[in-house]
Design a protein around this ligand. Structure first.
Ligand SMILES: Nc1ncnc2c1ncn2[C@@H]1O[C@H](COP(=O)(O)OP(=O)(O)O)[C@@H](O)[C@H]1O
Ligand SMILES: [Mg+2]
Length: 312
């Protein structure tokens, strides 16, 4: 981590963070604003995640960040330590951390030139992706989550806003603000993430291991991608909570049986019965070749047309 200096503070006023010129806002979440950054000398473009937190690093962190003293913000500390260690094609890389004046910390990240999945859905009729496109995206995200789980990390905030799709069609998982280490020997207790994507064990404040909670998030993400809607119906928040905890959701019209089975497996309220990441990777829908998905859709369309004609 680079410490704040008077020079740096002056640079911030000049719309600079470190050696990066601050550009347009790329997005905004619940905790941070993300801006485009351009290196003043090389012209390299990055994403600047600006957090208004107080962060000081511990000696333990020093293998990843330079300088520092005591930890004061565990959440930000975890985000940095975890993301700094990750190296996967479908995870946005964290290059550097700059602590700027007035409790502001900036994460210098790999820029994903494209849009997040919530904005992507706006480009499709009914905000629903065709199955083939959803499969292409979901494969990349599950490969990132598989990598995380294998490396003892859980994301805990899987949602459309936290997946970026670049112009060349590559997906990158972002936002490690709720990420944590997990192990078979120790249960996690902190409730986190967004309510819509939160698994029953989170909503019921039960202990959880982590990976199955991510699988639930993947199930909700997949449901949203192919239906354009959230799975949990209900007039009131209480009704919606009941439906989530009991896994009550409406089937999506026009999707393949293999996709429907996968969503069912991910959205099982009981953690033990719920799919793990390997079950997802081995599921029929994930293994099917792209060609077959197309054929299935065409066939189901044809059958629907035949039925319509017979009924007429
Ligand atoms: N590496 C990146 N490249 C491009 N845009 C990004 C990048 N990281 C985040 N964004 C945009 O900024 C938004 C907020 O970032 P995020 O890390 O999710 O912040 P928060 O922790 O506040 O949710 C994202 O939803 C996305 O639109
Ligand atoms: Mg976010």
């Amino acid at each position: 981590m680079t410490q704040t200096t008077t020079h740096e503070t002056t640079k911030m006023k000049e719309r600079m963070i470190g050696s990066y010129k601050i550009g347009e806002t790329l997005g905004e979440g619940s905790f941070a604003k993300v801006k485009l950054g351009t290196h003043e000398k090389t012209g390299e473009r990055v994403a600047l995640k600006v957090l208004h937190h107080h962060y000081r690093i511990t000696p333990k962190d020093s293998q990843f960040v330079k300088h520092g003293d005591v930890a004061s913000d565990l959440k930000l500390q975890r985000e940095i330590i975890i993301q700094m260690k990750l190296n996967h094609i479908h995870i946005a890389k964290l290059f550097e951390v700059i602590q700027v004046a007035g409790d502001v910390t900036c994460l210098i990240m790999e820029l994903v030139e494209g849009k997040d999945l919530i904005s992507l859905l706006d480009d499709f009729p009914d905000r629903a992706l065709p199955e083939k496109e959803a499969l292409r995206i979901f494969r990349q995200i599950t490969s990132a989550i598989h990598y995380l789980h294998e490396h003892g990390v859980v994301h805990r905030d899987i949602k459309l806003e936290n997946v970026m799709l670049s112009h060349d069609g590559t997906c990158k998982l972002i936002d490690f603000g709720f990420a944590s280490h997990w192990s078979m020997s120790q249960a996690l207790k902190t409730p986190c993430g967004s309510t819509i994507y939160a698994a029953p064990e989170i909503l019921l404040r039960q202990a959880y291991r982590g990976p199955k909670t991510d699988v639930w998030g993947l199930g909700v993400l997949l449901y949203c991608m192919v239906s354009g809607k959230i799975p949990w119906a209900g007039e009131t928040a209480r009704e919606q909570l009941y439906n989530t905890v009991h896994g009550v959701w409406s089937e999506i019209d026009g999707v393949s049986d293999a996709l429907s089975d996968l969503i069912h497996g991910c959205l099982l309220p009981d953690q033990k019965s719920r799919y793990g990441i390997y079950d997802i990777l081995e599921s029929e829908w994930m293994r099917v070749e792209r060609r077959k998905v197309g054929v299935k859709r065409r066939l189901s369309g044809t059958i629907k047309n035949i039925v319509k004609r017979i009924v007429a």
